[in-house]
Design a protein around this ligand. Sequence first.
Ligand code: PMP
Length: 359
Amino acid sequence: VAAPETALPTLRGAVAGLPSYVPGRRGTGADIAALASNESHYDPLPAAVAAVAEAAGRMNRYPDMAAVELRERLARHLGVTAEEVAVGPGSVGVLQQIITGLCDAGDEVVFAWRSFEAYPILVELAGARPVRVPLDDSEGHDLEAMAAAVTDRTKVLLLCTPNNPTGVPISHGRLEAFLQSVRSDILVVIDEAYVEYADAGSGPDSLALYRRYPNVCILRTFSKAYGLAGLRVGYAITTAAIADGLRRTALPFAVSALAQKAAIASLDAGEEMEARVSAVKQERARMAAELAAQGWTLQPSQGNFLWIRADDALLARLVDAFDHAGILVRAYPGDGVRITVADPASNNRVLRLLEAHAA
Ligand code: PMP
């Protein structure tokens, strides 16, 4: 028998051309400051650690695929029904379910750019078309331009508030006007990964908007303020019909029992989380004031990070300096650098370094 042709399996075109998600560099050395991924620098909440330890004793069993207890706890916390909540392996996992659940090949997903780098990847993976709308001069969403980018192929509009990486929120009034102007059959996803860090009133009251505009879908996560980035749990608040669809597109058992139990314990420890958040916000304000005094021009950030716009020459100098100092930050070629706000000692290292590079 002749040997068959030795052609090897190939990836489909959309996958072969996919940009890769480049995670923030990880570092655990004593003198490394890990400020590249907007994680919480605090140790996990003790109640979450205890819940994980308890759940670990049953990890020979599959988790509750419907995450009933977590969804009911979230529903109580948010003032919605459990039917309106879908959970997934991180909010990025939920977002993948949203995009694959709504988009056929060639459909369009409109989002601001620059924003969270997973957006174009998830859209292309689904065979849909990413439509990037540049941020406005104040590094915020240009909602008028986003509305103008809508076509009859648009299925999803992705908004990020406060925006990663710029920290700029979308105001409630502007978002409501936007919702009035867009077709009601387009799902408007409001990605609020950093909402706990936003000052009251700076961004939208997304739950109120959801109640009035059922095409709104709110996306949140336990990865940031709640400090569970390593456990992978996020959720969407959306109509019961969409939430049901998302649950049916989910990878079976994607959210572990450890993650579900830790998320419930974290919601129960809300006050402790809020105290941590307010310490980070104080540090954010202190850093912003000091950087302004050094001569840096920054948009006020409502996330747990600061954004410094930089041309490539400045960016190269900063990246080099941060590298030498053992400070891991996130550089965006052509745009700038994002630095997570963490403990005062790490923040002081950032301030001293930037002082040496101020204009
Ligand atoms: N949305 C935004 C805006 C983010 O910055 C991130 C994490 N970097 C996510 C979603 C995803 O977070 P997770 O999957 O950990 O919930």
